[in-house]
Design a protein around this ligand. Structure first.
Ligand code: DP6
Length: 343
């Protein structure tokens, strides 16, 4: 296995001695979307996906394995959590305990600097940070491939938040299906301007949506074209060619939403503001502003542009009625250990 984390060695050693580690991870935005699994339990995707980590946004998670704890405990943004979210996190802790061959209970504290419901998949950053912190605190080795695989088990897109910058995630079996970096943070000054039109919690989240994908008669066509879109998009990304990449990411997002809207039962994530932003993007482009949209499992719109256009895109987006917030981010680094973090 490749040990990619040399500058982190000291923090990994400290974590293993103290059974405590703090990790930071960024969320990511997919240019080519993951939608549907061949195995829902293992979160093995039906198609390759491609994304950019969002450097200004992060989740910081501390994991402490402690012999005095009677049960696992999870606090998110300072509040103790039980129920399905707790179970999903404990699922990852269980995998780590099995690998580390111990039974110590864990205290998990997690905090994010972006609001839940802001149109950014908070699970990606959360499970990437959890995987790194838990692995380090358990004294297991720093291995990017194993970390991406573990994060994927918590949330598919979290696997893509483990490596740095721009990442691809290929389908395959449990061993093969891991994310890796295709370009570093400084490859391209691309921006994601996240236009928030609704902070409402989604009725059907991604996990439920993935399970419905195969009930759409459009899913087979989406999957059949996904590899071509993925390869064309990766080439354009590597060439820093937004004119080539933009139409591909828009098509990929719209095809995914076509699948969502034609699933049984159907999932309509768009609101009137979503459509207004799609039309505005087309108008801005016809006026010479180089900007393209992508949309995840919600009504909020991600506007992708180069750094030079970011301020104009942001100002224009704020003028659209119904826009409640706008966040902006460039590429972000890998999920990594940081020094202690206190609340
Ligand atoms: C539309 O990774 O959030 O954002 O594995 O169930 O946690 P789970 O799903 P998740 O799905 C992401 C869906 C998407 C597209 C993408 O990020 O590729």
């Amino acid at each position: 296995m490749v040990e990619k984390r040399n500058p982190q060695t000291e923090l990994w050693e400290k974590a293993s001695q103290s059974r405590r580690a703090t990790a930071l991870a960024h969320p990511n935005i997919a240019f080519i979307k993951y939608w549907g699994n061949t195995d829902d339990g293992l979160r093995l995707p039906v198609n390759p996906s491609l994304s950019m980590n969002l450097g200004t946004l992060h989740t910081i998670t501390t994991v402490t394995f402690d012999k005095n704890l009677k049960r696992d405990r999870l606090a998110i943004n300072g509040e103790f959590v039980t129920g399905p979210a707790f179970k999903r996190v404990v699922g990852i802790i269980e995998l780590v305990r099995t690998m580390a061959r111990f039974k110590l209970r864990a205290q998990i504290d997690s905090k994010s600097n972006f609001p839940i419901g802001s149109g950014i998949a908070s699970s990606a950053a959360a499970f990437a940070a959890l995987s790194v912190a838990a692995t380090a605190a358990a004294g297991l080795p720093a291995d990017e491939i194993a970390l991406s695989r573990l994060a994927r088990r918590g949330s598919g897109s979290a696997g893509r938040s483990v490596p740095e910058g721009f990442c691809q995630w290929l389908p395959g079996n449990d061993e093969e299906s891991v994310a890796s970096s295709v370009a570093p943070v400084d490859h391209w000054e691309l921006r994601d301007i996240v236009v928030v039109v609704s902070q409402e919690h989604k009725r059907v989240g991604s996990t439920g949506g993935h399970k419905l994908a195969q009930t759409s008669s459009l899913q087979a066509a989406r999957v059949a074209g996904a590899t071509n879109r993925f390869e064309a998009c990766r080439e354009a990304l590597l060439a820093r060619d937004l004119d080539r990449m933009g139409p591909i990411i828009e098509e990929d997002a719209v095809i995914m939403h076509g699948v969502m809207m034609s699933s049984h039962p159907p999932l309509f994530y768009w609101s009137p503001e979503t459509m207004a932003l799609i039309q505005a993007t087309q108008r801005w482009r016809s006026q010479g502003l180089k900007v393209y949209f992508t949309i995840d499992a919600g009504p909020n719109v991600h506007l992708i542009c180069e750094a030079a256009q970011a301020a104009t895109v942001e100002a224009e987006a704020r003028k659209i009625p119904g826009v409640s917030n706008v966040l902006s981010s460039g590429p972000g680094g890998e999920a990594r250990l940081i020094g202690s973090f206190f609340y």
